[in-house]
Design a protein around this ligand. Structure first.
Ligand code: ADP
Ligand code: ZN
Ligand code: ZN
Length: 733
């Protein structure tokens, strides 16, 4: 009798290792790597992923447990993806089983079978067919569904994309007008009829960019194109070429920009299935989209961060749009950067990678300087529209009334009177960031965080934006009982109120997390803006990204100074990106645009370079600073964070971490240690926070050190008293 085979299995657990199991012969032929199995683990059964066969195990064979069941007859994850996941786990110092498990959609992590490919769809019942056109005119959404179904049967996801909720569909079902059916998966792409609309004739710069991009083999390109320069058109034409070759394109976009508008640009260009992968999907929808990509039925896959792990049958192109966006970095647990993994993935799949942005990250610009990436520049806006003109208002010399200078007010009035729209940017939601007592100077602070409570007036609450603590707005000072409490500073809610009073003839539309919480809210707002009527938009960075509002001619930036004096070394870079992106909303139509920036530091070299020269020169300045300070991208960084109910526990743990690290590699010109130091927000949710950073000239050396250090820290008793984490290439300090 031959010995049973030993399989190495990845299991979702905090342990940083793989586990060996026996594979009983009665389960059939040995599964390939990438199949799921059910295994006993402690007292539970867990879903694991087969990594490969082991010739022997450290555990004696008679102690090894057998696999309980084989869940897949073909691998769900390709060898490439398993390698990507394993590399990411080791690079980001995350337990491998947990990392690999997170490559699967939740449904599959739970051990459920792949959902059926047949898509649920809706058709008219006989009764529905008999209805006159004018029926249901009082329920326009329902009528829209019926009109759609008169033309042809449509899938549930089609209605989702149109923004029609399942409630509406169910109402129609209850009325006996429509019924559910299962639609067979769509056939493969029809190449003769791939384009649903003609592609645009390219402008010279677009054409040049397109010609420089090699569609065979691996290479990274940075498509550095100002806002509105037509990057998306370049993507679309590249995708067309790739799909014609029978290959797939994976397009990564930031969390916030996955709007129906973005999706529509892809679906209206191509007559081929587009799978969409993001966090708003149900588990089933997500697994379905994932499987469409895996089996090659979806020629185009559009997704947010986690979509970087989507299996692709015939990968041909990887695009990361708005590559500078911080949502590509996961901020908890498995702290990977989808943008950085895209480089790894494109290389292992031997396909081109396009990183696109109007405000590229310093990392990517530096990679271009190092000739690791090829930089392709689109310097002018597509079509008639021009880059906006800038104007600064020094708020130390001009009186502000509720945050608005006279200059700004007049400029707004002129634009509105001319029938244009104005966008006011203020990256702070709520009514006011501070509530204070006029008598004694008391300030309403969060008792759990080192932070002030934000006044939200419409709901009459004080809210901590860091730990979600809430209370009713007090009527008296908690220290001297005076009733003279005042709101200090501006939030979007207050600006909305001010603007409504200053410009009574024009609607004011506020866009922030509070006004867009409801599901369809953002879409309704966008529709209102697209109607083109003169109005004032006031909002946070939600307004900055990706939107194309052709009637906005004036963008006002109320407070540009937040990023200038921050402890976070990336703050200035982020400020520059945000200002440039917001400014890019101005003058995207036929009329010229203008940007007015209010600042206390108009002559600050960073601000003046950004607005009088260019984002690119601004970045040159920052790169020089980073080089001198020996910070990323010139160095690679790992940040250890620790938090505890008392400060010394957190500090002691990190001091121990530093001691260990220094024993292993003593400080030298190539590696430096900083900390433990209090985190920029020292206390949060009732815990004290400390951090310790390691910067190193070479990536592999840092990785080596961290791979040695992390298991030691995990084993240490000091570590049990604190919550700690390690963040490689941290985005936020
Ligand atoms: P970006 O992605 O760089 O912000 P977009 O691709 O959204 O820019 O393009 C901005 C606008 O210019 C869009 O309305 C787009 O349809 C239009 N546009 C882009 N390229 C062309 C072209 N070659 N010819 C005509 N219009 C174009
Ligand atoms: Zn008081
Ligand atoms: Zn708090």
């Amino acid at each position: 009798m031959t010995d049973p085979a030993i399989l190495r299995i990845a299991i979702p657990s905090p342990l940083r290792r793989l586990f060996d199991y026996l594979y009983p012969a009665e389960l059939g032929p040995l599964p390939e790597a990438g199949c799921r199995v059910l295994v006993p683990f402690g007292r539970r059964q867990l879903v694991g992923i087969v990594i490969g066969q082991a010739s022997s195990s450290e555990v004696p064979t008679d102690k090894l447990k057998p696999i309980a069941a084989l869940l897949d007859c073909e691998p769900l994850l390709s060898q490439n993806l398993l390698e990507l996941g394993s590399w990411a786990a080791s690079y980001y110092q995350h337990p491998i089983g947990d990392a690999l498990s997170s490559l699967l959609p939740v449904l599959l992590r739970r051990g459920e079978p792949l959902p059926s490919n047949a898509e649920p769809a809706w058709q008219l019942t006989t009764r529905g067919k008999g209805l006159p056109e004018s029926a249901l005119s009082r329920a326009p959404r329902q009528q829209q569904v019926l009109q759609q179904l008169q033309l042809r049967t449509a899938s549930r996801s089609h209605f989702q994309q149109l923004g029609i909720s399942s409630t509406i569909l169910r109402q129609l079902e209850q009325k006996g007008l429509i019924e559910q059916i299962e639609l067979a998966p769509e056939a493969s792409v029809d190449h003769s009829n791939l384009l649903a609309e003609p592609s645009l004739p390219l402008y010279p710069e677009q054409q040049q960019a397109l010609e420089q991009i090699q569609l065979s083999g691996f290479h990274s390109y940075l498509l550095d194109g100002t806002t509105g320069s037509g990057k998306t058109e370049v993507y679309l034409q590249l995708i067309e070429q790739v799909v014609r070759k029978g290959r797939q394109a994976l397009v990564m976009i930031p969390e916030i920009s996955l709007t129906p508008q973005t999706l529509q640009r892809f679906t209206s260009r191509f007559n081929c299935p587009v799978a969409v992968i993001h966090s708003g999907l149900t588990d089933r929808e997500r697994a379905l989209a994932w499987d469409q990509a895996r089996t090659g039925r979806a020629a185009i896959v559009l997704g947010t961060r986690s979509a970087i792990f989507t299996p692709l049958k015939n990968p041909g192109l990887l695009i990361v749009d708005e590559e500078h966006d911080s949502s590509f970095k996961q901020q908890e647990g498995f702290r990977y950067s989808a943008r950085d993994l895209a480089v790894w993935r494109a290389q292992s799949e031997q396909i081109p990678l396009i990183l696109g942005s109007a405000t590229p990250s310093l990392e990517s610009l530096y990679n271009c300087q190092q000739q690791r990436y090829t930089r392709l520049v689109l310097s002018s806006r597509a079509g008639a529209s021009q880059q906006p003109a800038w104007q600064t208002v020094d708020v130390r010399q001009h009186r502000l009334s509720s945050g608005f200078s006279r200059e700004l007010f007049d400029a707004m009035q002129t634009q509105l009177d001319d029938g244009n729209q104005v966008l006011v940017f203020l990256n702070r939601r709520g009514f006011a960031p501070t509530l204070s007592c006029h008598q004694c100077g008391w300030i309403a602070n969060c008792h759990r965080c080192e932070a002030r409570l934000t006044v939200h007036r419409q709901i009459n609450r004080l809210i901590c934006h860091h730990c979600e603590f809430q209370q009713t707005v007090p009527t008296r000072c908690s220290q001297c009982h005076s009733v003279q409490l005042q709101c200090v500073g501006q939030g979007t809610e207050r600006s909305e109120e001010t603007l409504a009073a200053l410009f009574p003839d024009f609607p004011v539309i506020r866009v922030d997390r509070d006004t867009t919480r409801r599901k369809q809210a953002m879409q309704e707002i966008v529709a209102k803006i697209h109607s083109g009527e003169p109005c004032i938009l006031v909002g946070t960075q939600m307004l900055a990204k990706g939107h194309h509002f052709p009637n906005v001619t004036l963008v006002a930036i109320l407070d540009a100074d937040a990023g200038l004096f921050s402890a976070d070394f990336r703050a200035a870079e982020k400020m520059g990106q945000l200002i440039t992106q917001v400014a890019g909303r101005a003058g995207r139509g036929k009329k010229p645009g203008m940007v007015i920036l209010q600042s206390q530091h108009c002559e600050h070299p960073l601000i003046s370079t950004l607005i009088h020269q260019s984002y690119s020169e601004f970045c040159e300045m920052l790169l020089t600073e980073r080089r001198l300070a020996q910070l990323p991208p010139f160095r690679y960084m790992a940040l250890l964070r620790a938090e505890a109910r008392n400060m010394t526990d957190a500090e002691n743990f990190l001091a121990y971490a530093r001691q260990l690290a220094e024993q292993q590699v003593s400080p030298n010109p190539d590696i430096s240690y900083l900390g433990p130091l209090p985190a920029p927000m020292e206390k949060r949710s009732g815990r004290f926070r400390q951090q310790f950073s390691i910067t190193c000239r070479e990536r592999p050396r840092l990785q080596q050190l961290m791979s040695w250090l992390c298991p030691q820290l995990e084993a240490s008793s000091l570590g049990k008293k604190v919550r700690w984490s390690v963040d490689i290439d941290p985005q936020d300090m």
